[in-house]
Design a protein around this ligand. Sequence first.
Ligand code: HEM
Length: 197
Amino acid sequence: MENIVLANQLKHDTLFHHQQLEKLVVGKIKNMNSLAGYHDLLNHFYSFFAGLEDLISEKTVQPYLEDYLARRKSQNLVTDIIGCGGEISEKAPKMALPVINNAVQAMGALYVIEGSTLGGQIISKMIFRQLNFVNHDCLSYFIGYGSQTETMWMRFKQSINEIGEADAPELIRTANETFIKFKAWIEKNDREKELQQ
Ligand code: HEM
């Protein structure tokens, strides 16, 4: 039977860590005053999400997410970074990433990746204004699915709701682990950058 409440429970049980991450990212955008700062932000996302993508394959998520390959990937970040004059950072090592050994864990991490397309609609507008961009060329990642965002998110939530009740704790644990580790990764990169200056 379809578990109709799981997506709602997942939202509720990860809200705290979403808010913590959101605060950090909003602060970074508000303090951003150059393209170099934007390259840094994109590289935080690239290094973590590209590392994460390497742990998730179409085959791993196949039981739940049929359109995995059609979903936004870290390649958009490469396009934005290179296209806007930056350099690509190395991917995050496995120890900095959540543990992904099965489809349920992969869906937990993908919840964070896919959910960030919702925040992305706000983030892209904030960056556009903050850096006085004249076009949207450097914003393909955060714009993501654009007008299709809501449809893609609804479809993703349906896939979440196909996960059985017994797997719910593992799904929620991995989603929270992904939020926590992403925030820790950004903070670690920032500390290292400060020490270099
Ligand atoms: C400036 C930073 C951010 C803002 C302002 C923001 C804002 C939002 C908003 C308004 C929603 C709800 C949209 C809706 O219900 O229609 C949302 C959902 C979500 N965001 Fe963020 N977000 C930010 C950053 C992030 C980041 C960096 C991630 C992950 C890497 C993320 C993950 C999620 C997830 C998973 C959801 C789905 C919640 C649900 O289950 O409905 N957000 N965000």
